[in-house]
Design a protein around this ligand. Structure first.
Ligand code: BDR
Ligand code: CA
Length: 311
């Protein structure tokens, strides 16, 4: 049976690619898309989600407006990485889809209470919406099946500060609440996602998809590749969020280590760093299954095959 999933996202170029991957995957029963601030403002991210479900042929999936600000810190956006509108050079037609009246955190609560132990939260943006749901209804922590979260950097350097990854950096207090909630938690950090560099050669293999899909992937990733080349000396672009989504389809694409992970909420130097207790010094039970190695070729093949299936 397909896995019931809520997709919490801040589209964002790689978020958009993850959404298309979900749209092409019968293993996933996408119940809701909840949108947060992150790569750009919540308003622009929401607008992108409304257009992307039409592009992906999943306009029936309800979309919920989420938090427009982090819990504590001031808002950050990453328009140098994702473009002014959040989708690079891609321009999508305006959408007939409207957001649902409920707010994202209420939608998360409702869906979990309706389907206890069945809902997976796939979180690929700042954790504000999920933290708000847990703060409002703490009992849902016992009813979530699991969380798969793209976030953090264990050995890899940060991409937002020298030590911290962007999703955690955007709302470290929210991430801290969620990772400490006792929910089965899979972390997909930069250590694995930055091995998944999507290149022009990969792009050329997306040759059977519908023209609009090909055009979108080409135009969005062109901007993303330019950013990676100019700011990180990487040729291609890291498709972080699609790797987290792909684990719903094939969990063996990565190998995991169980760690007790904490979020630095204090230090001016390493605030928002995800710290793994490698040698069990804190004598705490692990709270996260952390993806540490990835079979890049198998993941890229899966991603390209699914894009080509979007007809
Ligand atoms: C994460 O931050 C965002 O820019 C991407 O969409 C991804 O979710 C990578 O650090
Ligand atoms: Ca994202």
């Amino acid at each position: 049976m397909a896995e019931k999933v809520i997709f919490d996202t801040d589209p964002g170029i790689d978020d958009a690619l993850a959404l298309l991957l979900l749209a092409a995957s019968p293993e996933v029963d996408l119940r809701a898309i909840t949108v947060t601030h992150g790569n750009t403002s919540q308003e622009k991210c929401l607008n992108n989600a409304l257009k992307l479900v039409e592009l992906g042929g999943i306009a029936n999936v309800p979309i919920f407006r989420g938090a427009s600000e982090p819990l504590v810190k001031e808002l950050s956006v990453a328009e140098e990485t994702h473009g002014d509108g959040g989708l690079g050079y891609a321009i999508l037609p305006s959408s007939a889809v409207k957001p649902h009246d409920l707010l994202a955190h209420d939608a998360i609560i409702n869906e979990i209470e309706k389907h206890p132990d069945e809902i997976t939260l796939l979180c690929v943006g700042p954790m504000t919406n999920v933290a708000l749901a847990l703060l409002k209804r703490p009992s849902i922590a016992r009813k979530v099946k699991r969380i798969i979260s793209m976030g953090g950097a264990i050995h890899y350097p940060g991409n937002a500060t020298p030590q911290s990854e962007y999703n955690v950096y955007c709302d470290p207090e929210a991430f801290d609440i969620v990772i400490r909630a006792g929910i089965d938690f899979t972390l997909v950090p930069l250590d694995v996602t930055y091995k998944c560099i999507f290149t022009k050669e990969h792009l050329a293999r997306i040759d059977k998809a519908r023209d609009e899909i090909k055009e979108f992937v080409t135009d969005s990733t062109r901007f993303y590749m330019e950013f990676h080349a100019s700011h990180q000396d990487i040729h291609g672009c890291a498709i972080n969020d699609p790797l987290a989504a792909a684990l719903l389809i094939d969990s063996t694409l990565v190998t995991y280590r169980d760690y007790y992970v904490t979020i630095d909420l204090q230090s001016p130097v390493s605030k928002a760093k995800t710290i793994a207790d490698h040698y069990g010094a804190l004598k705490k039970a692990p709270n996260a299954k952390v993806a540490m190695e990835v079979d890049v070729e198998r993941f890229m093949n899966l991603f390209i095959t699914r894009m080509n299936a979007l007809q």
